[in-house]
Design a protein around this ligand. Sequence first.
Ligand code: S3P
Length: 435
Amino acid sequence: MFEKKVYAVAGRPILHSRSPFLFNSFFGELGLNATYTRLLAKNAEQAVMMVNAVGLDGANITSPFKKGVITFLDALKGPAMKVDAVNCVVREKGGLVGYNTDVTGAVQALRKNGIRLSGRKVVILGAGGAARAVAAGCMKAQAESVTLVNRSRERAKEAAEHLDCEYGDPEKLKGLIVQSDILISCLPSVSRLIEPSVLRKKLVVMDANYRDSWLLSRASEKGCRIISGLDWLFYQALPCFELFTHKKISRHLENKIRCMLTTAPRTEKSSIALIGFMGSGKTHVGRGLAEKTAVPFIDTDDVIEEQVGSSISEIFREKGEGFFRQVEKSVIRRILSDSGKRVISFGGGCVLDPENRDLIRKQCLSIWLWVTLETAMKRMDLCSRPLLNVPQAKEKAFSMLEQRKFLYAQTADLVIDAETGDINNLVQRIVDEMG
Ligand code: S3P
């Protein structure tokens, strides 16, 4: 039996990230016992804390934490130090090691689209982690000039001095673009910086933002050569995959998954699922979330009690866990056969069944409320928890959580730290994330 590995991408916002699709496709194609989800963290410190506490084997780091995580890592390798940004963290013998694969990823994305960098003039919008990485990559690929332009001129100046490239004034951007061959945006929104009239046919335009890119839409209208941020995402992920698994991706698989990434439709999920261990707060957060989003709330344990006509403890005591799991499965099927919008709080053990996991993943945006074992134990009244109403409750809970961790990660679209008892705050963070 191979060891199960768990990976994730951490950022804020993070729900848009296509990395889980990408990595889970690689894992599936190669038959690896690994899964990849998303971590919603408040800040860089919490992102690294969660990587450690959830016990991840590796993680990708995205905006706005690429620089901030550095202080919390044990070492940096490759260009991460020079670029002062990390997009990939790997658990190695000496601890957590930060890498930067955005540098080669951006250059590969251009090359794979037939764009040569040597001798070309490149303008980069932004001065954050992604911008510094692509600037370093373009310099290494011997671009004739690399100019960083940022709303804050000071930040662009500082980054350019560090990387030994040029920086420009946002007021003079028009002139810079007119003289350049390649324009790369690493800003969330550029609509106020760029006038579409500066975009011309021969210009190559790439946008790190791969959701709805205002820039690429305008560039496409003007007949520019456009490179999707999805290609950059893909080519920064390939070396991360190798760092995580020590396995190479064949050319055939590279082409297959790259094509899937650009063509797979994004799925809209109508319901929200809250999953996680007993005591993680699923019912409280679920109720709050349902109220805030004005949709009905369902707790699968309530439905089971109503259907059987006895409490969960009685069901376990009189009919056993096997019976409970059967009812739980049929209740989950029935609830999810209706495609209406709801917030559903699932019993902590629902993920033990593979069909439950599949159904939840397909139908719901599922959120794993993560808590430490200590917090879960403190919050629970063990007398009303049939599985933990035993002499060695803590040891049993520990082994249950260890067994389920991978399954929660496999089912979850998003993991959120639910250690805080502040339900309103958690609800608000989830609502903000869902936009
Ligand atoms: C269980 C969790 C409980 C309940 C039952 C079994 C589990 O629900 O379904 O006692 O196996 O973890 P909560 O997680 O909502 O407490």
